[in-house]
Ligand binder design. Structure first.
Ligand code: PGA
Length: 250
């Protein structure tokens, strides 16, 4: 059985102090590693170590929101996979739509980052998702299939989780319909089987995009949804805790 994963993507939010306080309280409540469910925090780079310190005796996983695929060198402003491991990260997000849209990351760069992270021993949450235009034009499945296919072309299946995040649902309060989520998750699972064969069965597929305490029970109940990547609703402890509880109850 695939373990559920509930991940908090804090984006460019929280000082070290605020991040540490959140992590400490979360570890007190869910640090034992609730049955069949993993909890992960993705602070900004500057707060990774502070969060790691608060969670090191717990089962809460700490990750980074981005990475560069080169090992070291003249890449001003970038951070390598080895540096993330050194800071206490177990996992990294690649291909988030904000990286794709705001920073111009294409599928090839996402593939290079994904491959480098997996080779370094990091787990990866690969984000994919279509724009509203692509959905309206009937190209949503094709877009997502291409994103998955290129990013995982040279990857081993171990350590991969995919997050389906329709771009039009991120930060908008407009979550995808359960039917849309079910269809796309089924399509992603099929695509993964095409790449990895039977070993694809172990790969979790998360949903992300305006997940909230109010809608999380519905989302987790959809077939092929193995967890959630939560942005806005993960910034407040009570709201994130409530999402975790709903998933545990479901
Ligand atoms: P959101 O963000 O929950 O605020 O929509 C999700 C994400 O970008 O991962």
């Amino acid at each position: 059985m695939r373990k559920k994963l509930i991940a908090a993507n804090w984006k460019m939010n929280k000082t070290r102090d605020a991040a540490a306080r959140f992590a400490r309280s979360l570890a007190e409540r869910f640090g034992d590693g609730p049955d069949g469910c993993e909890v992960a925090l993705f602070p900004p780079f500057t707060a990774i170590e502070a969060v790691r310190k608060e969670t090191e005796n717990s089962n809460i996983i700490v990750g980074a929101q981005n990475v560069f695929h080169r090992e070291q060198g003249a890449y001003t402003g970038e951070v390598s996979c080895g540096m993330l491991v050194d800071a206490g990260c177990e996992v990294v997000i690649t291909g988030h739509s904000e990286r794709r849209l705001v920073f111009g990351e294409g599928n090839e760069l996402v593939a290079a980052k994904t491959e480098a992270a997996l080779k370094t021993g990091l787990r990866v949450i690969l984000c994919v998702g279509e724009t509203e235009r692509e959905r309206l034009d009937g190209r949503a499945k094709e877009t997502v299939q291409t994103q998955v296919g290129i990013a995982l072309r040279d990857a081993a299946h171990d350590g991969i989780t995919v997050a389906y995040e329709p771009i039009w649902a991120i930060g908008t309060g407009r979550r995808a319909e359960t039917q849309q989520i079910g269809e796309m998750h089924g399509h992603i699972r099929q695509t993964l089987s095409g790449i990895f064969g039977e070993s694809a069965d172990g790969i979790g597929i998360l949903y992300g995009g305006s997940v909230s305490p109010e809608n999380s029970s519905d989302v987790i109940g959809v077939r092929n949804v193995d967890g959630m990547l939560v942005g806005t609703a993960s910034l407040e402890l009570e709201s994130f805790a409530s999402i975790i509880k709903k998933v545990l109850a479901g």
